[in-house]
Design a protein around this ligand. Structure first.
Ligand code: G3H
Length: 249
């Protein structure tokens, strides 16, 4: 089953109104492959979501970087899935390693969040990935399988899920996974989905790579058979994000 290439830009906790406008202008002026070939989603901080949505070209979409695990209410500082839907935000990133590590988000909590966001009609970029210590101890697959299982335990319909494999040791370090390293984990993840969730879901679910992707290394990574796109951090704030989008072809 054909999987449309997916390029996400995670702006993390960066940007001023002026910087955000500049990035959006660059994206709006860019000549990129059509929406039939590549799906592009950018994820500004919450406070800029409405602005970016209002300015961004219509063939690109926006994602929030998180949302609350259940219905909104007395949860100071949180943003609910319902609010994102109300704002017309179609996507949300859930389970990013920075939140898992810094805010102690457990596998189960991430699984609950993914399920709740999907139940409200959001599409989810669900992040998984091992630390350097886990990789060096040979437990990469066990770690990412456990993270994926916690999602699979709560989710039945995977149509609106993109799985983002982001090795923690590659995030923001400039130390990108080699194409072979990325392909190996993506292949094993697809195999895990095939054996534990279903053949159709394994064939159709996009597994994207994140971790120090840039304009120079994206082509070779994109050429791997089980790499269906990218979740880009630092480089998504720069004009080279356009080159990464172009690696879809
Ligand atoms: O969500 C994006 C990842 O954390 C990758 O970030 O491209 O800056 O390494 P990076």
């Amino acid at each position: 089953m054909a999987r449309k290439f997916f390029v996400g830009g995670n702006w993390k906790c960066n940007g001023t109104t002026e910087e955000v406008r500049k990035i959006v202008t660059t994206l709006n002026e860019a000549e990129v492959p059509s929406h039939d070939v590549v799906e592009v989603v950018v994820s500004p901080p919450f406070v800029f979501l409405a602005l970016v949505k209002s300015l961004l070209r219509s063939d690109f979409h926006v994602a929030a970087q998180n949302c609350w695990v259940r219905k909104g209410g007395a949860f100071t500082g949180e943003i609910s899935a319902e609010m994102l839907v109300n704002l017309g935000i179609p996507w949300v990133i859930i389970g990013h390693s920075e939140r898992r590590a810094l805010l102690n988000e457990s596998n189960e909590f991430v699984g609950d969040k993914v399920a709740y966001a999907l139940s409200q009609g959001l599409k989810v970029i669900a992040c998984i990935g091992e630390t350097l210590e886990q990789r060096e101890s040979g437990s990469t697959m066990a770690v990412v399988a456990a993270q994926t299982k916690a999602i699979a335990d709560k989710v039945t319909n995977w149509d609106n899920v993109v799985l983002a494999y982001e090795p923690v040791w590659a995030i923001g370090t400039g130390k990108v996974a080699t194409p072979a390293q990325a392909q190996e984990v993506h292949f094993e993840l697809r195999k895990w989905l095939n054996e534990n969730v279903g053949a159709d879901i394994a064939a159709s679910t996009r597994i994207i790579y994140g971790g120090s992707v840039n304009g120079a290394n994206c082509q070779e990574l994109a050429g791997q058979p089980d790499v269906d796109g990218f979740l880009v951090g630092g480089a998504s704030l720069k004009p080279e994000f356009v080159d990464i989008i172009k690696s879809a072809t």
